[in-house]
Design a protein around this ligand. Structure first.
Ligand code: PEP
Ligand code: CO
Length: 459
């Protein structure tokens, strides 16, 4: 039920269709110079087959409802932005492997099922702090992600091109197809977790712990299969779901469909879209679009959101308190979280609203080095996660998952971690066109610290 202390939101009662967002203020979207080209791409996209099914979406919603109740833990992670160029076999395989390894660490350590959600197969649109960029007196539109334009600083590259939406759809489908084939082909088979190793695991400071855990899991599995007297097939594959920031609404609208035998409208481009911090205005186009779709959805919550504003947002996005419907991804920064989060937790708890709380320890901790690299310190990321667990425990709420920017590559983008990456290391392999990501080792380290921290507070 909507909370009594909050005035009813008019929008909830207004009719919704996939295009009602068009009447609202839409920020962080490009203006396409050629309206006819936009219309053509939009119509082409509408006719293309979807990337996911309503059945998968509803199954994820149930799993997220479990995470909300403490019966599972959400691991959501991937690149800040995918690029067309990096839609390659190695990048996809390594990213999947690191997520699988992290989930193995979490399942083993937390003794809970892990809901695995990639930030991939559609994470191509980016919010930016300014609409334009000026270099040497030349001003051009900013780069908004590969689904909109291209990062090179030329007029042609920066011109928003609607046909890029069709390429993004195709790249997303290729990524999804490869992930599904890898998993169906036994890539995540628990009978062979040794195949999940990336070459680096052997040199990692965490190698011994990880290998020991893999051996334990193998022993446990053989023991159970001996008892059962047969091979347990359900250990041969895992579920994997996808998510992206649904920022570019013409694209999202084109993928919003009704299906036989299920109620409502589904965004069939991804299982679990989220609203970014910069587009979460209550009366804005993004909230209007999201309120009407049947997917599980999430919204990023930054330090400027007040308890009242949050309750209003919940009223609009999840008016009936449907379990598994709404994730609140807080991203406060290590220096802000203790100050800002408790009032939000208290308000949501007081009003009895059902949400899945998730911690994004990345986006509140971005900084720039003196030589211009955007980076994040491992110790701040770690501190935000640890504080989040403590603050939820103190408020009597539950942290049900984490949202991370990571890669399976050996990049040098975030500082610190077991190998103590320093500013001098950043230039060695800095690849991100937007935010700095945890590398494979730092990612595994985060999974291990989640296990230690959650075990210590015993939520
Ligand atoms: C992101 O997730 O890449 C992002 C831009 O996050 P936020 O909306 O929280 O700033
Ligand atoms: Co980011």
């Amino acid at each position: 039920m909507p909370s009594a202390s909050i005035e009813p939101i008019h929008a909830i009662h207004e009719p919704w269709t996939p295009d009602t967002w068009r009447a609202r203020a839409g920020v962080q979207m490009p203006s396409y110079p050629d309206a006819e080209a936009l219309e053509n791409s939009f119509n082409e996209l509408k006719a293309l087959p979807p990337l996911v099914t309503s059945r998968e979406i509803l199954s994820l919603k149930q799993q997220l409802a479990d995470a909300q109740e403490g019966k599972a833990f959400l691991l959501q992670g991937g690149d800040c932005a995918e690029t067309f160029a990096e839609c390659s076999s190695d990048t996809i395989t390594n990213r999947l492997k690191v997520l699988l390894q992290m989930s193995l660490v979490l399942v083993h350590g937390l003794k809970l099922p892990v809901v695995r959600v990639g930030r991939f197969a559609g994470q191509y649109a980016k919010p930016r702090s300014a609409d334009v960029e000026t270099r040497d007196g030349v001003t051009l539109p900013c780069y908004r992600g590969d689904i909109v334009n291209s990062p090179e600083f030329t007029e042609a590259a920066r011109r928003p091109d609607p046909r890029r939406m069709i390429r993004a759809h195709a790249r997303s489908a290729m990524t999804m197809n490869f992930v599904r084939s890898l998993i169906d082909g036994g890539f995540a088979d628990l009978h062979h977790p040794e195949f999940w190793d990336l070459g680096w695991v052997r040199e990692s400071p965490h190698a011994a712990d990880y290998q020991k855990m893999v051996a334990n899991i193998g022993d446990a599995l053989r023991f159970m299969e001996t008892l059962a007297g047969r091979r347990i097939q359900s250990f041969s594959r895992v579920d994997f779901h996808t998510s992206h920031e649904a920022l570019l609404l013409p694209y999202e609208e084109s993928q919003t469909r009704q299906v036989p035998r299920a109620d409502g409208w589904f965004n069939l481009s991804t299982h679990f879209p989220w609203i970014g911090m910069r587009t979460a205005a209550l009366d804005g186009a993004h909230v209007e679009y999201f309120r009407g779709i049947a997917n599980p959805i999430a919204v990023k919550i930054g330090p400027s959101v007040s308890p009242d504003a949050l309750l209003r947002l919940i009223d609009v996005l999840n008016p009936h308190d449907e379990p598994g419907r709404l994730g609140l991804i807080h991203r406060m920064g290590a220096g802000n979280i203790a100050d800002k989060l408790p009032a939000l937790l208290d308000a949501v708890k007081r009003e009895g609203r059902r949400v899945l709380w998730v911690c994004d320890p990345m986006h509140g901790n971005t900084e720039s080095t003196q030589n211009g690299f955007k980076t994040r310190q491992f110790r701040n990321i770690r501190s935000e996660i640890e504080q989040a667990f403590d603050l939820h425990a103190a408020a009597g709420t539950r942290l049900g998952g984490v949202h991370l920017e990571l890669t399976g590559e050996n990049v040098t983008e975030c500082l610190g971690g077991a190998r103590q990456l320093t500013e001098a290391d950043l230039h060695r392999d800095y690849r991100s066109t937007v935010d700095p990501r945890l590398n494979y080792e730092q990612s595994l380290e985060i999974a291990m610290l989640i296990v230690r921290k959650r075990g210590a507070i015993e939520v």
